[in-house]
Design a protein around this ligand. Structure first.
Ligand code: SRM
Ligand code: SF4
Length: 510
């Protein structure tokens, strides 16, 4: 099933560990792991296979694991949020949660001895963290205002759930898709503003009409890696909504069975498309689906600038509103999570949405309740009208928890924008994205100003630094930005950003 003869001869470390024992197999061993503790565990199970259950060993904080959830379409309810809050609360100062750039939550401080109990709790409230790391399909993103946006073209919520259920065996784990050549990203866009960054996904469904029927043009192969970044390209296919699950399955099967596995740096879907050419790839997908694909619609419906959803907005449902709150660099603590759950219940219908900008939306708030919502103390911390740089600041995890990081990101990012906001009047929000290393989890290539962590030299010493990216365009006609300046020590960054904001984004010294 997996790979050619040549691949099998040259198995790299990760292919070997998957061939020896499927990652999902550790599901039946979690009680044992809990009993023996992290130090006695087989290192390959602990450091790698546990990621198939969403449990990440953190070499930076040994014994305190990270737990990456799945949140299809970025939607969670207050009951689920409260369960997650209780989990992180248990770990005191070590416990926190981060909203991720895939509309998802990651919990921190988790002890292996608690995992069986945590998984039981997940089951009770319909949460899962399965297949969220390593060579699996990541959280599937969709418009954060699906179903409530007055101008929506297709409500993606059910579709995204169906695709996730297909891939994960209804959240229990599905061995059909636990040995892909590499990680895999899927996004389904149903609104007009490309709020999912379709172009950076291995499969993206973008709304498009054929005659008067709404469906999706399919894009494939988008990805970022340290070696190469590529925007997704058209599969030259249009599908109806009821074909989305089938084509996702077919593409995954083609990739699983034929994707390149010898070199991990060349294993993402685009490398297979390069090798085969789009025509062959497309016809293999058709064969796997057992049906001919329709040609793509001549134009898609992404015709808006990207919205950030921060503030108060009317819903498609008469008399209801959604309110987007800015969560600086996506960091939440237990008390915040309890409070968000409470707000969602008291003012809305208990629903909470996450965005790829690492923010939160509370929907379904009646007109009559908006004013008292806005008077809630939590809004002083999580503003609905934040300062222009804080508003669109995004940051990956960085050195605080990530062992691949070359620099500290979240705390530095926040401190720097606060200083710049104090010194400058900035007429519009400027999207600044930080990423701690060239893996680009913080998506610097989609930003107005992207900052990628590197090591550089200053006064004969190695210091933390950044390469600067610019020109990332989101929404309609999205485009990836590129590197414009290399090797700036972080301690010298502020005046450079200050000048950029003045010269390119119309900022004025106060
Ligand atoms: Fe990522 C690896 C965090 C979105 C590209 N990413 C990692 C690891 C797991 C590395 C590790 O084991 O420490 C990081 C975990 C650190 C931690 O403790 O939090 C990590 N990635 C993240 C998150 C949390 C960043 C954030 O703060 O939001 C995002 C989690 C999303 C989720 O909910 O699943 C995250 N990562 C991304 C994205 C952005 C996206 O999907 O839109 C990318 C670029 C897009 C892409 O993948 O094509 C991304 N992460 C990577 C890569 C490079 C992949 C490659 O093909 O080379 C790695 C390294 C790897 O896989 O070998 C990586
Ligand atoms: Fe870690 Fe690098 Fe990803 Fe940031 S970009 S989370 S530092 S792997």
């Amino acid at each position: 099933m997996t790979g050619t003869l040549e691949n099998k001869k040259t198995l790299n470390k990760f292919e070997k560990l998957k061939a020896e024992k499927d990652g999902l197999a550790v599901k039946t061993e979690i009680e044992t792991f809990a009993n023996i503790g992290w130090e006695a565990m087989n290192p390959t199970d602990r450091d790698h296979r546990l990621k198939w259950l969403g449990v990440f060993f953190r070499p930076v904080t040994p014994g305190k694991f990270m737990l990456r959830m799945r949140m299809p379409n970025g939607i969670i309810n207050s009951k689920q949020m409260r369960v997650l809050a209780e989990i992180v609360q248990r770990y005191g100062e070590d416990g926190s949660a981060d909203i991720t750039t895939r509309q998802n939550l990651q919990l921190r401080g988790i002890r292996i001895e608690d995992i069986p109990d945590i998984f039981n709790k997940f089951e009770q409230v319909g949460l899962t963290s399965v297949q969220s790391g390593m060579d699996n399909v990541r959280n599937i993103t969709g418009s954060p205002v699906a179903g409530i946006d007055a101008n929506e073209l297709y409500d993606t919520r059910q579709l995204i759930k169906e695709v996730q259920d297909m891939i994960t065996g209804n959240g229990k784990g599905n061995p059909e898709f636990t040995n892909l050549p590499r990680k895999f990203n899927i996004a389904i866009a149903g609104c007009r503003d490309n709020s999912v960054h379709a172009e950076i996904n291995d499969i993206a469904f973008v709304p498009a009409y054929k005659k008067d029927k709404i469906g999706f043009n399919v894009l494939v192969g988008g990805f970022f890696s340290a070696k190469r970044c590529a925007a997704a390209i058209p599969l030259k296919a249009w599908v109806e909504p009821n074909q989305v699950v089938a084509i996702s399955r077919a593409i995954l099967e083609v990739y699983r069975d034929n994707g390149l596995r010898a070199n991990r740096q060349k294993s993402r879907l685009m490398w297979l498309i390069d090798e085969w050419g789009m025509d062959k790839f497309r016809s293999e997908v058709e064969q796997q689906m057992g049906q001919k694909l329709e040609t793509e619609a001549p134009k898609d419906e992404i015709i808006w600038e990207k919205r950030d959803h921060i503030g108060v907005f009317k819903q498609r449902q008469y008399g209801l509103n959604y309110i987007g709150m800015n969560i600086p660099v996506g960091r939440l603590y237990a008390t915040d999570m309890f409070d968000i759950a409470r707000l969602a219940e008291v003012y809305g219908n208990g629903e909470i949405r996450l965005t790829v900008e690492q923010n939160i939306i509370i929907p379904n708030i009646p007109n009559s309740r908006v004013e008292s919502f806005l008077a809630e103390p939590l809004l002083e911390k999580f503003s609905i009208s934040p300062q222009p740089l804080t508003r669109s600041l995004v940051s990956c995890t960085g050195a605080q928890f990530c062992n691949l990081a070359l620099i500290e990101t979240k705390n530095r990012a926040l401190a720097l924008v606060k200083e710049l906001e104090a010194e400058l009047s900035i007429p519009t929000s400027v999207r600044i994205h930080w990423t701690g290393c060239p893996n680009s989890c913080g998506q610097p290539q989609v930003a107005d100003i992207g900052l990628m962590g590197i090591k550089t030299r200053k006064d004969g010493k190695t210091v933390e630094g950044v390469d600067i990216y610019m020109g990332g365009k989101v929404g309609k006609d999205a485009q990836l930005g590129s590197c414009v300046q290399k090797g700036i020590p972080c301690e010298d960054l502020k005046p450079i950003l200050r000048n950029l904001l003045i010269e390119t984004f119309g900022a004025q010294p106060k």
